[in-house]
Design a protein around this ligand. Structure first.
Ligand code: ZN
Length: 486
């Protein structure tokens, strides 16, 4: 009897190991062969100088209540018109929402759905006290060590200018698009984009425009960040996480601290925080994060490759590992971050209220309502009121088998032949959300090359872009115009 059971166990193990080995070793990348395309040369110094000049104009979005930097935006508009005379002459230009720009490059075939390329002209301020940490002044537009330095070189004046450089060059070469191309440059992305991208999208909707896809900032080409993969990887984000800030307010009876209740308002808030941190949202590997692992698995070293190739069996193991912390945790979970607590005024007075501000980033598929319900259930305290301070739902997940994705992937592989291409999930937010109603798909990618320390430069210190990379980015947009509209 025992012999028989032992034999069955051995057979099951042998079969399992066999299936897993088969899945692992037959998991090969199915990337079609695409030849690199050589684009005509670009005057790199001239292009770098134009972007540097744009960096010097302080188009800062500070707080959502503040008036836009009107004079600076006017100055930037003038720089754009003067720098790109062919674009100025041949494309329709509209100022929308006060300071945003919409360019229309009319195509010859009106049956093709237009494509909209995006960027934003505003930048975040420099954090007070960090000005001296910059190698070059944040608004100097200095060109040194082969790079352009300053705010906007990574986020996001570079894509505004690279798109315009590309259009100017294509116009000079006599390129005429079959498909209509729009360029939309917002002026308030850093504070939500309501007046810029929001207004442009509303205008296009009014005109009944239906876009094939939008391409915006979002993910980049990274190297040295993915375990076991040495090649640079271009991540095309198919979705962005949602954003939600909740305020929890505990109210109890105040009074003198010599006769305290068992729990004060602060105690209640502390308990609520601790419950929320202990009861995180469940982790799950879903699209588009799962698409990323599926795409990259064939390039990964053995233990990882074997685990991802056998998700039918090992998914709980993989999800538990990814959910441990950091960026991989943010890919598989709606995250919870307590960012502000307030309560109490005097050491001998019972606080009648205490508050906690909690920031959540929502996985696609989780709604603001879901989060509010989860928090209410976990906190489970009638003396605590939950209020939504600010929120936007996660984006939908765009298709990785649609024409737009294939066009972008093909263009990447033609102009940056050394990189792998993968779908991805954007952990931050972008202006793309405003166009969801009129675009079939929304992709978020700029071919900026990032090493392990470059992410901190975005919104941080020493933001800079290498000129060689800037030229690659311009060539990418040129080729994309040809592929999408040629
Ligand atoms: Zn940005």
């Amino acid at each position: 009897m025992f012999k028989k059971i032992g034999l069955i166990v051995v057979i099951v193990i042998v079969v399992l190991v066999g299936v897993m080995a088969f899945n692992t070793f037959t998991n090969k990348a199915n990337t079609p062969a695409i030849d690199a395309v050589k684009m005509s040369a670009i005057d790199a110094d001239a292009a770098a100088n134009r972007l540097a000049e744009a960096v010097r104009i302080r188009t800062i979005s500070a707080g959502s209540g503040d008036a836009p930097a009107s004079a600076e935006f006017d100055q930037l508009h003038l720089l754009i018109s003067n720098s790109f005379p062919r674009v100025h002459e041949n494309l329709k230009r509209e100022v929308v929402g006060g300071h945003s720009l919409l360019y229309t490059w009319e195509g010859s075939d009106s049956t093709l759905r237009p494509v909209l390329l995006m960027g934003h002209m505003d930048v975040v301020p420099v954090e007070p006290g960090t000005e001296g940490d910059w190698q070059e002044n944040a608004f100097s537009g200095a060109i040194r060590d082969g790079a352009i330095w300053g705010r906007g070189t990574l986020d996001d004046k570079l894509s505004v200018f690279a798109i315009l450089e590309a259009a100017e060059l294509q116009l000079a070469e006599g390129f005429k698009p079959k498909r209509t191309l729009y360029f939309a440059f917002g002026h308030d992305e850093e504070i939500g984009g309501e007046n810029g991208a929001g207004k442009i999208a509303a205008l296009l909707e009014e005109r009944n425009v239906k876009l094939a896809f939008t391409l915006d900032e979002g993910m980049v080409v990274v190297q040295g960040l993915m375990p076991g993969i040495e090649d640079p990887i271009a991540f095309i984000a198919l979705a962005e996480k949602g954003y939600l800030t909740l305020q929890l307010t505990a109210t109890t009876v105040g009074g003198h601290s010599s006769i305290p209740p068992r729990t004060t308002a602060i105690g209640k808030i502390a308990r609520a925080i601790s419950r929320l941190e202990e009861n995180r949202f469940p982790a799950a590997l879903i699209s588009p994060a799962s698409d990323m692992f599926d795409t990259l698995a064939p390039h990964m070293p053995l233990p990882l490759k074997a685990i991802i190739s056998n998700r039918w069996l090992l998914d709980p193991l993989l999800v538990a590992e990814l959910g441990k912390g950091g960026a991989t945790n943010a890919m598989v979970r709606t995250t919870t971050a307590v960012t502000i607590t307030e309560g109490g005024t005097k050491d001998n007075v019972l606080p009648s209220t205490a508050t906690a501000t909690i920031n959540f980033r929502l996985l696609p598929g989780t709604s603001i309502q879901d989060v509010v319900e989860h928090v209410a259930t976990v906190v489970d305290d009638p003396d605590i009121v939950i209020a939504v301070k600010q929120g936007n739902e996660p984006s939908r997940v765009s298709s990785k088998s649609a024409e737009g994705y294939h066009l972008i992937e093909k263009t990447i592989r033609e102009t940056l032949p050394d990189v792998l291409v993968s779908p991805g999930l954007m952990l931050a937010g972008s202006d793309s959300k405003h166009y969801e109603g009129i675009a079939e798909n929304s992709y978020r990618f700029i071919p900026m090359r990032f090493g392990p320390d470059d992410l901190a430069r975005v919104h941080g210190t020493n933001e800079r872009l290498f000129i060689d990379n800037y030229i690659e980015i311009i060539q990418f947009y040129r080729r994309l115009m040809e592929n999408a509209a040629g």
